[in-house]
Design a protein around this ligand. Structure first.
Ligand code: MN
Length: 260
């Protein structure tokens, strides 16, 4: 019998204002849209999960929505608004989407409280940190200078900077290495760590590149865009480990569910 395919919620990356949408000649009129790179659901699909995209909805819906999935993947996206962690806006803060921030923080808190596997990518890792009471550096070059290019200009499929990994951590053990090269498309980074999160990977300039909660079956944040590197065997293992954790969660949380 094939392994069951856990349903995994994937948050969207961006909201697009109607005025920035370029409609097709015979397509839909301009409207406020959600956007998500296909690499995210494809990385889940390729490793045996069933991805379902989670649009921002009213807060009452968050609990029943999370109750229907067996894992949560938070995608990348714009800067988080610092009001989420009680700070004033830095002059170089990028465009923000507070509506999306509120929804994603609520999703994370709900999934976290349920003990559900969480894979938080790029902005997702920053949101995970904030959901657990941590803070962010709003403009990373202020803190670490320009020695490491954290906003690379080449394609996401190309790793550009090295990171050092704690070999005994979940991510170190999954990638089976203490050093690897990753892509980098972030403007912000973690400052104070959220409760229960341990840094387990760093860039050469000290920027935290991964965090995890070792007391949970699977709560992992990576600062790089793992979904754009999922075709590489070592990064693909991250998604395989995540989908496995979601499958175990589904079995324990809903033992009588019909195998999908
Ligand atoms: Mn980086």
């Amino acid at each position: 019998m094939p392994a069951p395919r856990p349903l995994i919620g994937v948050s969207t990356s961006e909201l697009r204002e109607a005025k920035s949408v370029r409609p097709l000649a015979q397509g839909e009129p301009r409207q406020h849209e959600i956007a998500l790179g296909l690499d995210y659901p494809e990385a889940v699909d390729a490793r045996g999960g069933l991805p379902v995209i989670l649009p921002p909805i009213e807060p009452e819906g968050v609990r029943p929505l999370v109750a229907r999935v067996s894992g949560l993947m938070l995608s990348g996206g714009p800067d988080l608004h610092p009001s989420a962690y009680g700070a004033a806006a830095h002059p170089r803060l990028g465009p923000t989407e507070p509506e999306l921030d509120h929804f994603e923080l609520a999703l994370l808190r709900e999934a976290d409280a349920a003990g559900m596997p969480i894979l938080a990518i790029c902005r997702g890792m920053q949101a995970l940190n904030v959901a657990r009471g941590g803070t962010l550096h709003q403009h990373l070059p202020d803190v670490v200078g320009d020695g490491v290019e954290h906003r690379q200009t080449v394609a996401g499929s190309r790793p550009t900077h090295w990171i050092t990994l704690e070999r005994s951590s979940r991510v170190g053990a999954t990638l089976e290495r203490a050093r690897t090269k990753v892509n980098s498309f972030h403007h912000q980074s973690l400052d104070d760590l959220g409760q229960g999160l341990t840094p387990v990977a760093w860039a050469a300039d000290g920027t935290v590149e991964a965090v995890e909660d070792a007391s949970r079956p699977f709560v992992l944040g990576v600062q790089w865009h793992a979904e754009a590197l999922a075709h590489r065997p070592e990064q693909g293992k991250l998604f395989a480990a995540f989908v496995d954790a979601c499958r175990r969660y589904e079995r324990s949380a809903r033992p009588f569910a019909r195998a999908a």
